[in-house]
Design a protein around this ligand. Structure first.
Ligand code: FAD
Length: 564
C-alpha cells in the first residue's frame, strides 16, 4: 500500500458522492476495478440501486481488515483527512504566526468584492511550539531610530487600542490583550548619549512617511503638508531624562554610569502575544479565510528568461502551486494559487530556498538570498521579592540587557542578545547592530547559540545577564530564576529590519519577514501594508518601500539602532 497519496480533482469530487459517513477516498479508476470487480457502474435497475450498499459493505470489510493489520493504529487508509487544504486558493500565506494571520485578516478586510479573494493560511505546527510570536516578550515601543519603525509602532498601537473595532466577532467574547501600559526606559552611556538624542528627535519630530498612519483601513492618501502637521501633533510621546530625573522617578536604578535616558510616555508596554495571534485568526476565519495545518515543503514553478529595461537577461520564477505535506504523514496536497506570501518567520529564508532563491550564480538576481535565519534568544523568569514595584518600566540597559515586570508578584523577565566579539563597549546599547565606521560597514562577529533546538543555556544568565541586572538594580543581587524559555528571532542578518515586498527573481511571492525582535508589535500595521501591496499594487497608508529587497540588491542597509 502506498503511504504517499495525492488526491486528484476527480477523486475529491467523487468522495462527496461516494463517501459514506466518515468518508472514503481513493484515486479515480481504482474504485471500479478494485472494489466492485465484475460489476459495471453503468448497469441499471436493481444492480445500480444496490451498488452503494455493496460499496459500503466492501469498505466496511476493508476498513476492518486494515485496522486488524495495523493493531493499535487509529489510521485508516479510507478516512478523509479533514485538514486537507483546498485544491485552489488565490493567495496562500505560508506561516500562521501573528504576521501571517494579520495579513490574512487585512486581505479579507480590504477585498472589494465579498468573498472575492480566497485566502489560505498554512501552518505546520498546530501547537506553535517554536513560533516566535508565542515565545516573544510581548513588548511594544515607539522608541526606534528609523521613521518607518516608529510609524509602524504608532499605527499598531492605534490598532491595539481599538482592537475590538477591528477584531471582534459577533457572539464571541471581546478581545482582551491584557495590555500593561508601561513606558520603555532606554539608558545611554556617555558615548552614545548623542545617538539617543538624535533618535529622540526622530521619534518626536521626524519626517512623516507618505500616507495616513493612524487607524482605519481606508486607502486615503493625505497631502504631505497635512501629514507633517499630523505627525508634529501626534508624534511619538517620548521624553529625555537626565540621570537625576531617572533617579527621582525610579530611585531603585543605579544611574552612576548613565548619561541620558529616554522614556516612552504612551503607546508602550506589553501584552499577550497568543491573544493577539488568536484574535487575528478568529476574525480572519470569520471573514472566510481557510486554515490548514500542514507544512509547505515544495513549490511547482516555472522559470522564464526575461529582459530588463537595461537589456539584461534575468531568470524570473513564477509559482503555480505549493505542496502542503500533512502532519505526521507522507500525504500531501498541491494547492494551486496565484500568489504566495512568505510569512514563515525565522524559516522564511529556508522557504525561499525551495524556489532556488539565493542559490543562483553570484551577481545574478536568483543569487540574492533572503538574509533571514533563526537566532536563538533566551528569556529568564526571575523572582525577586525586594525588586521594583508596579511602576517598573520596560528597562533597556545600554549593554543590551533588558527586564520588565511579569505580573504583580515580584516576578520579572530578563534577557540579552549575545555579545559581539570585540565590540567597543558602550558604542551602541544594542549588542549586535551593524556599526558604521567612517565609510565602512563593520559587521561584528557574534557569539550565537546554535539553533538545532530551543534548549536554554542557564550559564548564559549567570555570566551575561545577572551581573548587569544587579549592577543596574542592586535589589537584583538577590533573585531566583524560576523558569526560562528560548525562542527564535526571525533575524535579518543584513540590517536587522523587516523585508517587505517581492523578491526581484520571483514575481508572485511576497515577503513579510526579518523583523529581528520587533515583528510582534508591528504585525497589525505590516499586515495592512502587505494587503495593500497585494490588492492595490502599492502602499496606501504607510510607505514601507524602504523595506523592499532593493536595499539588499544595492547593499544599502537600513540601520535600526534600537534593536533589543
Ligand atoms: C525571545 C523573543 C522575544 C521577542 N520579543 C519581542 C517583543 O517584545 N516585541 C516584538 O515586537 N517582537 C518580539 N519578538 C519578535 C517577534 O516574536 C517576531 O518578530 C514575530 O513574532 C514574527 O512573527 P511571524 O508571524 O513572522 O513568525 P512566527 O510567529 O515564527 O510564525 C511563523 C510561522 O511559520 C510557520 N512555518 C515556518 N515554515 C513553514 C512551512 N514551510 N510551512 C508551514 N508553516 C511554516 C512556523 O511554524 C511558524 O508558526 C521576540 C522574539 C523572541 C524569540
Amino acid at each position: 500500500m502506498c503511504a504517499c497519496r495525492r488526491l486528484h480533482g476527480p477523486a475529491r469530487a467523487a468522495r462527496g458522492a461516494l463517501a459514506p459517513a466518515g468518508g472514503a477516498r481513493g484515486q479515480g479508476t481504482g474504485w471500479r476495478g478494485h472494489l466492485v470487480s465484475g460489476q459495471s457502474l453503468s448497469s441499471s435497475g436493481p444492480l445500480r440501486s444496490d451498488f452503494f450498499k455493496d460499496l459500503e459493505s466492501h469498505f466496511a470489510a476493508m476498513r476492518k481488515k486494515a485496522k486488524d493489520a495495523l493493531p493499535g493504529s487509529g489510521w485508516s487508509p479510507f478516512e478523509i483527512n479533514p485538514n486537507l487544504p483546498p485544491e485552489r486558493a488565490d493567495i496562500v500565506i505560508v506561516g500562521g504566526g501573528v504576521v501571517g494571520w494579520s495579513i490574512a485578516y487585512w486581505l479579507k478586510q480590504r477585498e472589494r468584492v465579498r468573498e472575492g479573494v480566497r485566502v489560505l493560511v498554512v501552518e505546520r505546527d498546530p501547537t506553535y511550539s517554536q513560533a516566535s510570536t508565542v515565545l516573544s516578550a510581548g513588548g511594544i515601543r515607539q522608541q526606534f531610530s528609523l521613521p518607518e519603525n516608529i510609524h509602524l509602532s504608532l499605527a499598531s498601537a492605534h490598532f491595539m487600542r481599538n482592537i475590538n473595532e477591528h477584531l471582534s466577532v459577533v457572539n464571541q467574547d471581546p478581545v482582551d490583550l491584557q495590555f500593561n501600559h508601561s513606558g520603555y526606559l532606554f539608558l545611554a552611556s556617555e558615548e552614545v548619549a548623542h545617538i539617543m538624542e538624535k533618535n529622540y528627535n526622530t521619534q518626536r519630530y521626524g519626517e512623516p512617511l507618505r500616507g495616513s498612519w493612524g487607524g482605519g483601513g481606508g486607502g486615503v492618501q493625505a497631502s504631505s503638508s497635512l501629514l507633517t502637521l499630523c505627525f508634529r501633533q501626534a508624534g511619538a510621546k517620548v521624553s529625555l531624562l537626565s540621570p537625576s530625573q531617572v533617579k527621582g522617578r525610579f530611585p531603585w536604578i543605579n544611574t552612576e554610569d548613565v548619561a541620558l535616558a529616554s522614556y516612552g510616555l504612551e503607546n508602550e508596554g506589553w501584552f499577550d502575544p497568543w491573544t493577539l495571534l488568536n484574535a487575528f485568526r478568529r476574525k480572519a476565519i470569520s471573514l472566510g479565510v481557510t486554515q490548514c495545518f500542514g507544512e509547505v515543503t515544495d513549490f511547482k514553478y516555472t522559470t522564464n528568461v526575461m529582459m530588463t529595461a537595461d537589456g539584461e537577461y534575468v531568470d524570473m520564477k513564477r509559482i503555480h502551486s505549493v505542496k502542503v505535506q500533512m502532519p505526521n504523514s507522507l500525504e500531501y496536497q498541491p494547492v494551486e494559487c496565484a500568489i504566495v506570501v512568505n510569512a514563515a518567520g525565522a524559516f522564511s529564508g529556508r522557504l525561499a530556498q525551495m524556489l532556488g532563491v539565493g542559490l543562483g550564480p553570484k551577481n545574478s538576481l536568483s543569487g540574492v538570498p533572503v538574509p533571514v535565519e533563526p537566532r536563538k534568544r533566551y528569556v529568564y523568569v526571575v523572582h525577586c521579592p525586594d525588586g521594583p514595584g508596579l511602576d517598573t518600566p520596560f528597562l533597556i540597559d545600554y549593554s543590551g540587557v533588558y527586564f520588565r515586570r511579569e505580573g504583580l508578584g515580584g516576578s520579572y523577565i530578563a534577557g540579552v542578545s549575545p555579545q559581539e566579539v570585540g565590540a567597543i563597549s558602550g558604542l551602541v546599547w544594542t549588542s549586535h547592530v551593524l556599526t558604521l565606521k567612517g565609510e565602512h560597514l563593520v559587521r561584528p562577529q557574534v557569539e550565537e547559540p546554535e539553533t538545532s533546538d530551543l534548549e536554554v543555556d542557564h550559564q548564559f544568565f549567570e555570566d551575561k545577564v545577572w551581573p548587569r541586572l544587579a549592577l543596574r538594580v542592586p535589589a537584583f543581587e538577590k533573585l531566583k530564576v524560576t523558569s526560562a524559555w528560548a525562542g527564535f528571532y526571525d533575524y535579518n542578518t543584513f540590517d536587522q529590519n523587516a523585508i517587505i515586498g517581492m523578491h526581484p527573481a520571483v514575481n508572485n511571492m511576497y515577503f513579510a519577514t526579518g523583523f529581528s525582535g520587533h515583528g510582534l508589535q508591528h504585525a497589525p500595521a505590516v499586515g495592512r501594508a502587505v494587503a495593500e501591496l497585494i490588492l492595490d499594487g502599492n502602499f496606501q497608508t504607510l510607505d514601507l518601500s524602504g523595506f523592499s529587497f532593493r536595499r539588499i540588491l544595492s547593499q544599502e542597509p537600513m540601520l535600526e539602532r534600537n534593536i533589543v
